[in-house]
Design a protein around this ligand. Sequence first.
Ligand SMILES: Cc1cc2nc3c(=O)[nH]c(=O)nc-3n(C[C@H](O)[C@H](O)[C@H](O)COP(=O)(O)O)c2cc1C
Length: 112
Amino acid sequence: MREYDEADIIVSVSPSYWADVPGQFKAFIDRCTPWCNTHEPHAAIKPGKKGYSIALRTGPNMPECERIISTIEHFYGHLDIESVAQMGLTSIEYKEDVEPRKKEIIDFCSRI
Ligand SMILES: Cc1cc2nc3c(=O)[nH]c(=O)nc-3n(C[C@H](O)[C@H](O)[C@H](O)COP(=O)(O)O)c2cc1C
């Protein structure tokens, strides 16, 4: 949370594990409950942070990525991190599968 507090921009990247964020990421989100704005009393990170969400999966359909992005953006919302952009990448299993998407990824990163 110290790193979150010091950051201006938060970028979360998640693969799909059983159509959801991996358990480790979910455990991290759960452990952030003391900073959640509906938990009383709660701590707070500094305001004005911008959040980016990226999901990738092996399967071909985008709705599964959208579900993961929505989990990340739900988390951002409760930490008062503004969601500004998101990217879903489908049909990614191996490192080589990212190669043809390089331009799209670089374009996205250049807007951060
Ligand atoms: C436990 C596990 C579950 C997975 N479940 C899905 C899934 O439901 N849908 C999908 O499209 N890909 C699924 N995948 C594939 C991963 O999203 C994909 O291989 C990703 O690149 C893995 O990232 P990692 O190497 O950082 O773990 C799964 C992979 C693992 C290891």
